[in-house]
Design a protein around this ligand. Sequence first.
Ligand SMILES: NC(=[NH2+])NCCC[C@H](N)C(=O)O
Length: 414
Amino acid sequence: MTNETLPINVNSEIGQLKQVILHRPGHEVENLMPETMKSLLFDDIPFLPQAQKEHDAFAAILTKNATEVLYLEKLAAEALQTSPQVKRDFLKQLLSESAFKSGDTYDQLTDYLLDMPAQAMVNQIMAGIRRGKIQTSANSLSRFVNDQTRPFLIDPMPNLYFTRDPAAAIGHGLTISSMTFQARRRESLFMQLIVKHHPRFADQPIHIWRDRDQGTRLEGGDELVLSNHVLAIGISERTSSEAIQDLAKSLFSASAYDTIIAIQIPHAHAMMHLDTVFTMVNRDQFTVYPGIFNEQRKMPIFVLHQDRGNSIKVEHFDDLAAVLKRELGLSELDLILTADGDPVAAAREQWNDGSNTLAIAPGVVVTYDRNYVSNQVLRKHGVKVWEIPSSELSRGRGGPRCMSMPIYRVDLKA
Ligand SMILES: NC(=[NH2+])NCCC[C@H](N)C(=O)O
């Protein structure tokens, strides 16, 4: 089978982007409240009509650059339409992960949702379900009284527009994430559904390197595909070292991948994933937020290699540039610092995802317009920058890379 016929082909961070999955922010974002914002991992409530305009501008730039944009919500509805059983099974799983396994409320929610056409059902599940929508009952008065104070029976999933995190492509396969926080755990159900049942993916040679039902945590924002055999993965607030070792085992034995550069980053809300502080923009150019280095410009890095047999060898390093050069076989390396390293501008722009660039071809990236200092620096380094409006989207603490899940990139020539 040639690469062109494969449904998933991602052997780099920078090869020309041909197909990508996005999610247009919907009512789930309007179901954020000051009381729930923090637990739902938002710092403010975006103004939805404006966020949608910004998102449409993002999609338009991708389309203009010959990228096919697929929408998660549409793929999910199409997958559900393949059979009534698929719809029922998905709903059962979704309700069970939303704390309803059986009982009156479970039955009523099932009837309410199954009655809807597939697209309406998907949109409603993503947006969340308000308590008043169905008649509920309980066998405990105190629990019932307590429950009434929470406006949602099924919580909204406002982080869905960060499609990078619940699943990510590596080579011809995918990782489907076991996500860290309750606020996001159900999100990866949609990609699992799509891969199993959507006609575009079902019965295709797609290797699931790691599925969502794992005891250890891994999220797509930590996974960078540096080449056709080297990955960088963040050891972060969202991804554990155990999960990385587990992924290494699965990848090294069944793919061309033989190296993982595990980069330990601070646990902080603004740096929840590796791609908030480090992205690849060209063969030998990377963006880096200087706040991840210590005073000596060092940081903890662990390189995993396939060793004899099926075992894995781990080595410790502290110089990011040296490790990248060696593992990628580069003679030169250009680390482009957020806001040129100015401590105030870099911190401000990192907070708004100034280093979260999405490469759509080698040396061509999409970024937020508000990070104008970093955008100028990228241009000074010869990178072509497409800017998108960003006053509302940025409130969710994610940028163009997190808002996109590439499934097909043109392979780079050796
Ligand atoms: N790959 C990323 N950097 N994703 C950003 C995700 C932001 C989201 N609010 C969260 O905390 O999960």
